[in-house]
Design a protein around this ligand. Structure first.
Ligand SMILES: NC(=O)c1ccc[n+]([C@@H]2O[C@H](COP(=O)([O-])OP(=O)(O)OC[C@H]3O[C@@H](n4cnc5c(N)ncnc54)[C@H](O)[C@@H]3O)[C@@H](O)[C@H]2O)c1
Length: 346
């Protein structure tokens, strides 16, 4: 059962025998803009879908519920989206879904589906290739052929830069150092190569995204969950590594703007401007919890870059991007969200 008893019941239809489609039971608004969000059950995709629904748009979400982390968390996001009017959800893999049918009437595609995470990518390269490269190639082929689709906005990653000199600039060469980074770069190239008269494409290079709803495999959430549970906080590295953390609402702002901005054919950095070392993040976490953290350090992980920092001039100029949430404020909101959902040690 996907939805609570008190909520409007979604209508179950079928794309075909293998792909159930759920439609929220809200009033139809035939004039509203129709968007496709791939990876709509994910951390960022679900936040973007909420934003588009808030605007009054119709949103078609697609997600395969891959098992990269607790699938119940992904399904809960879909359940919550289905409570909103004008949300339709198709369950399935982009590699074999009937995409021409799904894209019918869609104006903009926000392609956020993918297999994230640097560390597992060394062992699972085939799966990363499937979800990041094969899925993107098939989606772009279908988008080029779909008469209604005007633009595809792709969620690329700062991982395409590897350990490049700071700050990372779009005009500098890319040099990914993990299979994850390489598959994100290949997918980005597929998207940008498809830019032309039939279809416009934009690739946004997201820098570590955090905030309420963050993926459970990501560092800031793991650190906060451990600390809240009174457990040791384990870190790969000595804490001197730094990240240009980007608050989820700021990423959603940039992604939404990329649908209409004069940015066709470009890769654009989206970084929050809140670069901080992990030791700095631990200080803030300790202050938020009003207790010292019990830290344990392990060797650096393969594929983890030492530092990231985005040059966001292009995003500011073309997307009107202006990150609004500081790291201290954003992490406080994430910790408050975690406190509301996990038992806290006495
Ligand atoms: N979170 C970050 O810090 C970050 C940073 C850089 C780039 N990105 C990119 O942004 C996107 C969203 O990231 P997220 O953190 O929300 O991840 P997420 O794992 O929460 O969401 C991705 C979703 O895509 C779905 N998916 C994967 N392969 C699919 C396929 N073949 N067909 C259909 N659905 C599929 C998954 O089930 C998942 O729900 C990803 O492409 C990721 O690479 C994220």
């Amino acid at each position: 059962m996907l939805i609570g008893a008190s909520a409007p019941r979604p209508i179950l239809t079928h794309m075909n025998d293998h792909h159930p489609t759920l439609r929220s039971n809200g009033p139809a608004t035939p004039t509203s803009r129709r968007y496709l969000v791939t990876g709509a059950a994910g951390f960022i995709g679900s936040a973007l879908a909420r934003r588009l629904l808030d605007e009054g748009a119709t949103v078609v979400g697609v997600d395969a519920y891959t098992t990269t982390y607790d699938v119940a968390e992904k399904r809960a996001r879909t359940t919550s989206l289905l409570r909103r009017p004008r949300y339709e959800h198709v369950e399935g893999d982009l590699v074999d879904l009937p995409l021409a049918e799904i894209l019918d009437g869609v104006e903009t595609v926000f392609h956020l589906a993918g297999r994230p995470g640097v560390r597992p990518s060394f062992e699972l390269e085939d799966l990363y290739r499937h979800d990041n490269v094969d899925a993107t190639r098939r989606l772009l082929d279908a988008a080029v052929a779909a008469p209604s689709v005007r633009r595809v906005v792709y969620a690329s990653s700062s991982s395409v830069y590897g350990d490049a000199p700071l700050p990372f600039r779009e005009t500098r060469p890319t040099a990914p150092i993990s299979p994850y980074g390489r598959t994100k770069l290949e997918a980005e190239e597929i998207c940008l190569a498809a830019n032309g008269p039939a279809l416009e494409t934009v690739a946004l290079r997201y820098f570590t995204v955090y905030g309420p709803g963050q993926r459970p495999d990501m560092g800031l959430r793991r650190f906060a969950e451990a600390a809240l549970a009174g457990q040791v906080v384990e870190l790969l590295g000595d804490g001197s590594q730094s990240r240009d953390f980007t608050y989820v609402d700021d990423i959603v702002d940039a992604t939404r703007s990329a649908a209409d901005a004069p940015a066709a054919g470009l890769a654009i950095n989206v970084g929050g401007g809140s670069r901080i070392t992990l030791l700095g993040a631990f200080d803030i976490l300790g202050e938020l919890l009003e207790r010292p953290l019990d830290l344990v350090f392990h060797p650096f992980a393969r594929g983890d870059v030492r530092h990231t920092a985005a040059d966001t001039s292009r995003a500011r100029e073309l997307l009107g991007f202006e990150p609004r949430v500081s790291f201290a404020e954003g992490y406080r909101r994430e910790v408050d969200w975690l406190r509301s959902r996990i038992p806290v040690a006495a």
